[in-house]
Design a protein around this ligand. Sequence first.
Ligand code: NAD
Length: 382
Amino acid sequence: MATVGVVREQAPGERRVSLVPEVIGRLTSLGVEVLVASRAGAEAGFPDAAYEKAGARVVPPAELADRADVLTCVGPPENPPPDGKMLVGLLSPLQRLDQVRDWLARNVTAVSLDLLPRTLSRAQVMDALSSQANIAGYKAVLLAANAYGRYFPMFTTAAGTTTPASVLVLGTGVAGLAAIGTARRLGAVVTAYDVRPQAREEAASVGARVLEITAVESAVGEGGYARALAEEEQRALADELANHVPRFDVVITTAQVPGRRPPVLVTAAAVAEMAPGSVVVDLAASPLGGNVEGSQPDTTVVTPNGVTLIGAGNLPSAMAPAASTAYARNLTALLTHLMPEGEPRIDPEDEIQAGVVVTHAGQPVNQAVAKALAADDTGGVA
Ligand code: NAD
């Protein structure tokens, strides 16, 4: 029977852990032995003793990779796994082709949850992108509410009535829908926009008003995701949004296009027109830029006109106990699918595995990764 090893995350600011005590029993009931690097769950509120009580064995981190057959992680570990091992996590292989080549050379079976086919209903329980985006959307609203110097809800007291905050959510995928729900629960009046008509419908169905935008009617790409906009479309959209942004108290942006730089939706000129005390949270903030001009991940600035601009960092990590629990359930469902009898059974014909398995037996399995490797080898010509 296989041995599963839970690594201690090393990325700066990462507090999550890939498996939590709650799921250990499900894995041991498959006949799997679970090893946990000591203090792997400490920052997420899961002490070593809780894992031991649940039936796992705690081992020194330096011994884990050699003793386990299958290593589980959140982000890719700094030290690559030993030859022939299986590694399961959110590995972002398309952004790390050199690492993919290393796995190929060393027969590592790499399995990445971010490549899960998201439209298969039987895979929904494994959808870690959704579980983590849900947390990020929720937390973004709490950050905004905290930074906002007025009430979100309408309050009637002896001192009079307050007006509810008006919140604009741009990008209504999983994170945006969670943000709409959370802001509404806090009593705000929520407006939303997405380039995908289906996402706009979903925003309306959870109680947001939908912004009427003429610059882009629909921009649907592959797999139900948004497509990247052409430069002129993108500028026209940002210009049109700039007419709306200044009348909101709070703006939360979540727009992403897989594998591309996030689109700029809120220009510096739009932020400059916002009222003092307004708050903007950019969930897409990244070192390459985000949805808001000038936002930086993990950085909060107050603009000269008094707008608090929050570039989100790793928000799921800021809610490490909840995020780890959801992630661990996603991962356990995937592990159960990959090793129904306690041993990995790799089958590239299986629809879920054809997505998540990046490399196996020295070959790329996921077709997008295989294509990206071929294009990279030929200098960009696929
Ligand atoms: P994401 O994080 O890639 O992007 C967030 C949102 O930003 C998306 O809704 C996208 O349309 C939007 N966006 C991109 N460019 C934009 C722009 N220029 N202006 C405004 N909005 C823009 O998306 P996600 O939350 O990961 O979801 C992506 C897709 O996956 C959706 O189609 C979602 O319904 C789908 N999904 C399906 C299932 C399922 O069927 N079970 C589960 C989860 C997600």
